[in-house]
Ligand binder design. Structure first.
Ligand SMILES: [Ca+2]
Length: 202
């Protein structure tokens, strides 16, 4: 029925200028017919290293394999750790704890953007939080180290104490993008757990 809603609404809109609006007649498609799909590129999974934080191989600078942690300059204010308590799946998740006054700590992984220029990149991942001021998934596309487009869930960050929930956000992959960076960020006080990150390009 949802497929029928759009034509019906369009018809109602077209009738809106008429002095006496007439209810749109119900349209019943002939048996076996289907609405034409929108022409969109098929979604393509982009592989990430250690997307569920299950690897026990050492990464760089004591980070989990495939990931890098970073935080605002100044006194170290965020700790990054593999946590075996209550992972979303497998045996482990990634935990970010705020322990100081600086404004953010984040974990990221970067992939080559060139094959996906002109498309849309979507990151999905599972988050849970404890006493979170502002936690989010993150996705950025970059050229020469500068962001071209980003999405930090600014309109709907995860606040307070929440159980595991899957979130998805997207950015356009700009024609000059060199890298797509995905991950999660804790801003302000609180604790964030991240697990089972996926990247799709459409
Ligand atoms: Ca996991």
């Amino acid at each position: 029925m949802r497929l029928l809603a759009l034509p019906a609404l369009a018809l109602l809109a077209a009738c809106a200028a008429a002095p006496v609006p007439v209810a749109a007649p119900a349209v019943t498609p002939p048996p076996g017919s289907v609405a034409a799909p929108r022409a969109t590129a098929p979604a393509q999974a982009v592989s990430l290293v250690n997307p569920g934080f299950e690897s026990t191989a050492p990464g760089r600078r004591n980070d989990p394999e495939g990931w890098f942690s970073h935080q605002h300059a100044g006194e170290p204010s965020y700790n990054f750790a593999i946590d075996t308590a209550e992972p979303h799946s497998g045996l482990r998740s990634l935990r970010i704890d705020n322990v100081g006054a600086e404004p953010y700590g984040a974990i990221s992984q970067t992939v080559d953007a060139k094959p996906y220029r002109g498309r849309t990149a979507q990151v999905s991942g599972w988050l849970r939080t404890r006493d979170s001021a502002n936690a989010a998934l993150t996705i950025i596309d970059l050229a020469n180290g500068s962001p071209l487009a980003n999405n930090f869930m600014a309109d709907a960050p995860v606040k307070g104490t929440t159980g595991w929930k899957r979130y998805s956000i997207a950015v356009p992959v700009e024609p000059q993008a060199e890298f797509i960076e995905v991950g999660a960020m804790m801003q302000g006080k609180g604790t964030l757990w991240l697990d089972d990150v996926e990247l799709l390009v459409r």
